[in-house]
Design a binder for this molecule. Structure first.
Ligand SMILES: [Fe+2]
Length: 293
């Protein structure tokens, strides 16, 4: 049974603060158990130039996200005429803050790799998109074009709305329950299909069986109308100034509404976890009775 709340609150009001041992234990335990680790009062402060970016017109037409790659410093997805220096300063600072916070809270070290940073100034509710791309439907995350070979996906979010608009999520069933429901209906990957997808450029490297099953879980969850309408879930409202982190490959989640969020993606080697047996790939391997990567 789920606890009453899926959130593990950690009182840390400064990105540079040093968490104590209890905070570290709560953070790692909560994350790996599949809870949402919530910092109820950890705002990300914007400069006046950065605050001007809180406008849907900041993103390029046809996109919903401005992206930053901390490894290369590249920023993309913003509209012509937008203050690119402000975009970069905001996003690089968010990448630095989240990296530092995770290094202070977790033992993951070099097993934790920083990925792209996202800025979402567009309202999440009411966008027209296919069910597969609709993040208001409960799902677990999987990368379609960048196979992760069972690596974990962790994401840190901050609501930077300048007013009082919360970012509202639904959080669904534990991963084991999701997998028990959908895994028996998913066929094994076709022989040769992973090599072919790499060859024609659908994927950047060859998909492992773990990638296949995780992507199928993502799709099956989103495409199943009855599941979306009837599955038990909790609604969580993240107020402006709140920060939260979650293993999104494990936690069934849906972003129902909200505007102006920053998000930082990380990947983590399964063996870098405090308890690797909790990784989705290990759960799937136990159910399948074989290795999947
Ligand atoms: Fe997601």
């Amino acid at each position: 049974m789920r606890k009453t709340s899926v959130c593990v609150p950690i009182t840390l009001a400064d990105w540079q603060a040093t968490p104590d041992a209890a905070m570290r234990r709560d953070a790692v335990g909560g994350l790996e158990r599949g809870d949402v680790v919530l910092f109820p009062d950890l705002p990300f402060t914007l400069s006046p130039a950065e605050a001007k970016l809180l406008d849907p017109a900041t993103v390029k037409d046809g996109t919903k996200t401005v992206k930053y790659d901390p490894d290369t410093g590249r920023v993309w997805g913003y509209a012509d005429g937008v203050d690119a220096a402000a975009v970069k300063s905001m996003m690089s600072r968010y990448a630095d803050h989240t990296r530092r916070l995770l290094d202070a809270l977790t033992p993951y070290g070099t097993a934790l790799k920083i990925g792209n940073t996202s800025f979402r100034p567009v309202e999440a509710q009411g966008r027209q998109q296919s069910k597969r791309h609709d993040d208001t439907r409960l799902h677990v995350d999987a990368f379609p074009s960048r196979p992760s070979h069972g690596q974990r996906i962790m994401r840190v979010f901050t609501n930077v709305h300048p007013g009082d608009k919360p970012r509202v999520w639904r959080v669904g069933e534990p991963f084991e329950t999701v997998a028990e429901r959908f895994l028996p209906r998913i066929a094994a990957p076709l022989p040769g299909s992973a090599a072919l997808m790499k060859l024609v450029g659908i994927t950047k490297s060859q998909r492992s069986p773990a990638d296949h099953y995780m992507l199928q879980l993502h799709d099956r969850m989103k495409l199943d109308d009855a599941y979306q309408q009837t599955v038990p879930h909790q609604t969580v409202a993240f107020a402006p100034g709140q920060t939260w982190m979650v293993f999104t490959d494990q936690v069934s989640h849906a972003a129902m509404s909200g505007q102006h969020a920053l998000e930082q993606t990380f990947t983590l080697e399964v063996d870098g976890m405090a308890d690797p047996e909790r990784a989705p790939v290990r759960v799937l391997e136990r159910m399948k009775g074989r290795k999947l990567h």
